[in-house]
Design a protein. Structure first.
Length: 516
């Protein structure tokens, strides 16, 4: 029987070496119902085939002969349905107010009501999820599923549930985690602002009630003009923000060296040049998504690697003065350490799980790592409280035992996350990337980006009217400035034009998300 089953399409076989390279899933052809019919026919074929152990007599023939010499094998009136159900697999469940639950599906039968809080044995049939069979006073009753469920087998239902869970993971990776972090941060700010406002009102009331304190009205705040200062291109000062990473004529890699980005990069490079300290610092680089945090990490890595080239004749291990990675989804200390090990080039095996943190620290020393950079650190917020503390402990252990400085980048909430840990907060240096204000700073950024993208007549885009449109559409986010200019250039090229017009920017603006 087993040998015949191995001949079916999609059979995996019992020999790992023999099936090496064989894609059983791609070869599979039969559904579960088709396989059941095939198996029943094979069993029937076996019973009608002469058997050597029975003297070349078929098992069905031997059964018929034996039945003739015996009385009834089953008592008269046996309920075949009850007998069949007793051969089904079973589990034990406690009866709740809504019935019993198996694989997150609730089942109910009126006979369960008197047994609330008691454990019952429940048989189930993998061929359906519509009902299960609890044993009530020795009888297997049919408890129906509560709710509307498709008439599918239990394996088919498990596949559908797994697919749904996978779609949930994909959604989290596609922006759900960042949205959770943004909303939690907004709620925390709401609470902090409310506490600050309430404390101020209470203090003011106490001052009024206290004797000897002036009750005179406070002078009104003078209004400050918020009118943006857009200037003509002729009056713009060239700050030299555009830096080409490669001086060749065909290079497209450039860096915008604006003040906040320059200060952040220089801070990271300076920290990498410092000799190891007992308490290495942790730089927290925060800003809205798209403000250039990843580009800053990449530029700092490039400069540090230029300052610390691989020693001549290096043979000991992979040389990595900067170890840069992205924090994994639903992070734990183990996930973070395994991610770092993978970046360090160490093979990931089950045996390494128990000593992953120690191995990371060992490789930091062997690979001469001077800075560890972790991006999207706000994903820690999606973990539970215990997992979050565990993750912060992993960072602290990495810095202390590895004797290496660290930079983490993420949304504004990242600073609040690290503020929860007293030791990490003491070591932290917070660098913030504010949104671009309207006016001359945004014009300088637009001019540098247009030149970097090699757009014809880049000065046109820095003129007040066009610059104000770009700033307003981009919401002051660095990445949106670049994206808008790049897409506008693409639209013009698609129409066979080299010169980008205002209409191209408007068409590109329609492609940006409404909340960009």
């Amino acid at each position: 029987m087993t040998r015949r089953m191995r001949l079916l399409p999609g059979a995996t076989g019992g020999n790992v070496t023999a099936r090496d390279g064989h894609d059983a899933e791609a070869d599979a052809a039969m559904t579960l119902e088709e396989f059941e019919r095939w198996l029943v026919r094979e069993i029937c074929r076996y019973h009608h085939t002469p058997h050597e152990g029975l003297g070349r007599v078929a098992p069905a023939q031997m059964w018929s002969t034996g039945v003739e010499s015996h009385g009834p094998l089953a008592p008269p009136g046996v309920d075949i349905e009850q007998l069949t159900r007793r051969f089904l697999p079973w589990v034990e469940r406690t009866v709740q107010s809504g019935g019993v639950k198996i694989d997150h599906i609730r089942y109910w039968h009126e006979s369960l009501a008197p047994r609330l809080g008691l454990k019952v044995m429940i048989h189930y049939d993998d061929r359906t999820i519509q009902e299960v069979y609890p044993v009530i006073d020795g009888v297997l009753v049919a408890a129906a599923a509560v709710g509307n469920y498709p008439n599918v087998t239990r394996p088919e239902w498990d596949v559908a549930v797994a697919a749904r869970r996978h779609s949930g993971v994909v959604y989290q990776h596609a922006g759900g985690q960042a949205e959770i972090a943004r909303l939690v941060h907004a709620n925390r700010q709401e609470v902090l602002n409310a506490k600050s406002r309430t404390r101020g009102l209470r203090d003011a009331r106490k001052r009024l009630e206290r004797e000897g304190v002036s009750h005179a009205a406070q002078p009104a705040n003078q209004e400050v003009s918020n009118v943006p200062s857009w200037v003509s291109v002729a009056d713009l000062h060239d700050e030299g923000w555009l830096k080409w990473r490669d001086r060749s004529a065909h290079s497209s890699a450039f860096w915008i060296d604006f003040d906040e980005a320059r200060f952040a990069v220089e801070t990271l490079v300076d920290i990498a040049h410092d000799e190891p300290d007992e308490r290495p610092p942790c730089v927290i680089l925060v800003g809205q998504s798209g403000m250039g945090k990843t580009s800053i990490l990449r530029e700092a890595q490039r400069r540090i690697e230029c300052d610390f080239p691989e020693p001549e004749g290096w043979r000991d291990a992979r040389y990595a003065p900067v170890l840069r990675t992205v924090i994994p989804a639903s992070p734990t200390s183990l996930k973070i350490n395994l991610t770092l090990l993978w970046k360090q080039g160490w093979p990931i095996t089950t045996s390494i799980h128990r000593i992953a943190d120690l191995k990371v620290v060992e490789l930091l020393g062997r690979q001469r790592t001077r800075l560890v950079a972790v991006d999207n650190v706000h994903a820690i917020l999606t973990a539970g409280g215990r997992a979050r503390r565990d993750t912060l402990d992993a960072f602290r252990f990495l810095m202390s035992e590895g004797n290496v400085s660290m930079v983490v980048a993420g949304l504004e909430i990242a600073a609040d996350i690290f503020a929860e840990d007293v030791e990490l907060a003491y070591r932290s240096i917070v660098l913030r990337l504010p949104l671009w204000p309207p006016g001359e700073p945004s014009q300088r950024l637009i001019l540098a980006l247009a030149r970097g993208l090699r757009i014809i007549e880049p000065e046109r885009f820095a003129e007040p009217e066009m610059a104000e449109f770009i700033w307003r559409t981009s919401h002051g986010v660095t990445g949106n400035f670049k994206r808008l200019l790049h897409w506008g250039h693409k639209i013009a090229s698609r129409d066979g034009r080299q010169r980008v017009e205002f209409a191209d920017l408007r068409a590109a603006a329609a492609m940006l998300p409404a909340s960009a």
